[in-house]
Ligand binder design. Sequence first.
Ligand SMILES: Cc1cc2nc3c(=O)[nH]c(=O)nc-3n(C[C@H](O)[C@H](O)[C@H](O)COP(=O)(O)O)c2cc1C
Length: 210
Amino acid sequence: MARPLPSFDHQAAPAEPGPLFVDWLATALHAGVLDPQAFTLSTVDADGMPDARVLVLRDVDAAGTGWNFSAAADSPKGRQLAEHPAAALTVYWPQLGRQVRVRGTVERAADLVAAAEFATRSPAARVGALVGRQSEPLGSVAEYDEAEAVARRRLEAHPDAVAPGHAVYTLWAHEVEFWQGDAQRRHTRLRYTRTGPVSSPEWSRTLLWP
Ligand SMILES: Cc1cc2nc3c(=O)[nH]c(=O)nc-3n(C[C@H](O)[C@H](O)[C@H](O)COP(=O)(O)O)c2cc1C
C-alpha cells in the first residue's frame, strides 16, 4: 500500500451503496484495472466447509441491493448455493487499494431470465457452458476436445440452444462494505446495512475501525 492512493470522503458517500459501487467501478476501469468486474464468490458446502472462486459480475441494480452473476447450477458452486442460498462477494482493485465486500442471501432467477442472459454470451462462452460437467474430473484433453466439438456443432444447428444448467443468481445484499486502503494504515471503511426489504431498501451507514 506504499503508493499514492485515492482518498475516500465517507461523509460525501451516497445514501445507497449502488451509486458508490458504480463510481468505484468506473474509476477502476479508468485506472486500467484488468477484469474489474471479476469478484470472489464465497459459499459453504453441505458440511459447512467454505469454498471460493472468481466469477464475473453481470449486473447490479441502482440501489446496490441485487447483485447478479451466472453460473452452472450443477457445478459445485451451484450445488452449494442450492443447499445454502447465502454468499459473500468480494472485489479488490489493487491499483486503487480498494475493496468492496457484499454479503447476503442468494436467489436463483427463473429459467427464462437465464435463457435471455445466455443469449448475450459470446459463442465461446456458450460452447463452454454447453460442454458442461464443470469441475468434474477430466480423463484427457482429447475427451474435452471431443465434447467441445459436439457442443459447437449443436450450437451451429441450434443457435438458440441454452445449456441445461445455466442459471442466473441474484445476491440480495444485506451488507456492503467499502474499504479504501491508505499507505499510513489509516484505512477508511464504510459499511452499508440494509434495514428495509428488498422491494423498498433503506440503508444505514456505519464507519468502521480500520
Ligand atoms: C477472472 C476469472 C473469471 C471467471 N469467470 C467465471 C464465470 O463467469 N463463470 C464460471 O463458471 N467460472 C468462472 N471462472 C472460473 C471459476 O473461478 C471456477 O474455476 C469455476 O466456476 C468452477 O467453480 P466451482 O467448482 O466452485 O463450481 C472465472 C475465473 C477467473 C479467474
